[in-house]
Design a protein around this ligand. Structure first.
Ligand code: 13P
Ligand code: SF4
Length: 295
């Protein structure tokens, strides 16, 4: 029998890249780090996570006593599997004084092999607090390179993964967008390629980009990240103008979190997220270490 969920028992979390109508219904909209923090702080027995599967898995790992649902269980971030446990073992056997830093956009299996997990919002701070000189940063080569630029005292080894959506944005596209909007400031997600980051007034997480736009005296912004972010930007800053650097800056997986999919979870159509306990125990250690070091 289908078990319906009482709305009052659930915390509905939505990432900024979820469809606008779902962001409007959520209890909290945020980036991956803020959403993980909200999940941990919640006293509700149920979390409904309108994001991609690694986000629901991380919430379940951090909150094993809660029931966690993904309205779109097949919404996977392709970057989550762009590194392997074998690569990590090889690096551990080859490089001394090494910390394995795994971006949260990764499978639970990879997190289980990590010394610490990071998100784009806290990666620089967390890595700066590690005692190891050598850092193996996986899977995102672009975020890894951004962190390395801020921390010249560390020696980095990078993975070969990337976000297919952010990595597809080009310097030419960014320059053309800047010439169409000459008064605009370019704000980029740290998953963008180096040539785009180099043109930007700010580089960071989605929440970091939003906070920068809110505080800035500038009136126009070009946003090099997923277009769903415009919804929150326009809600917070109704008098400012926002454009994305490309029209189709869209994550198809995030967009699977439709209002219908969200309603179906409450109607009893969801399957709770499960993570193998052997993996969860080790992944939890790396996620909790992130929460500690990011404070
Ligand atoms: P944030 O860390 O900004 O939430 O980014 C997550 C993500 O998937 C970016 O593509
Ligand atoms: Fe993954 Fe990129 Fe989508 Fe973020 S935008 S969830 S990194 S595919």
């Amino acid at each position: 029998m289908k078990e319906t969920i009482n709305r009052a028992d659930a915390l509905v979390l939505a990432h900024y890249y979820a469809p606008d109508a779902v962001q409007a219904e959520a209890d909290f909209v945020g980036d991956s780090f803020a959403l993980a923090q909200k999940a941990v702080a919640s006293d509700k027995p149920v979390i409904v996570f309108c994001g991609v599967s690694f986000m629901g898995e991380s919430a379940k790992i951090l909150c094993p006593d809660k029931r966690v649902y993904l309205p779109a269980p097949d919404a996977r971030c392709p970057m989550a599997d762009m590194a392997t446990e074998e690569e990590i073992l090889h690096m551990r056997g080859t490089v001394d004084d090494l910390a394995v830093v795994v971006y949260v956009n990764s499978s639970a299996r990879l997190k289980a092999q990590a010394d610490v997990v990071v998100t784009s919002a806290n990666a620089v701070k967390v890595v700066s607090r590690l005692k190891e000189k050598n850092i193996y940063f996986i899977p995102d080569k672009n975020l890894g390179a951004f962190v390395a630029e801020q921390l010249p005292e560390k020696h980095f080894y990078f993975g070969h993964g990337c976000c297919p959506i952010h990595n597809a944005t080009t310097e030419r596209e960014a320059r053309e967008a800047l010439s169409r909007h000459p008064g605009a400031l370019l704000l980029s997600h740290a998953e963008c390629p180096e040539a785009v980051r180099a043109l930007s007034a700010f580089v960071g997480s989605t929440a970091g980009m939003i906070a920068y736009a809110e505080k800035s005296a500038a009136q126009e912004f070009l946003i090099a990240t997923e277009a769903g972010t415009l919804y929150d930007l326009r809600r917070r800053c109704p008098d400012k103008k926002f454009y994305t650097t490309r029209e189709d800056f869209l994550c198809a997986n995030m967009k699977k979190n439709t209002p219908e999919a969200l309603r179906s979870v409450f109607a009893g159509g969801g399957i709770p997220v499960e993570v193998d306990e052997n993996i969860a125990v080790r992944a939890r250690r790396a996620l909790r270490r992130m929460l500690e070091l990011a404070q």
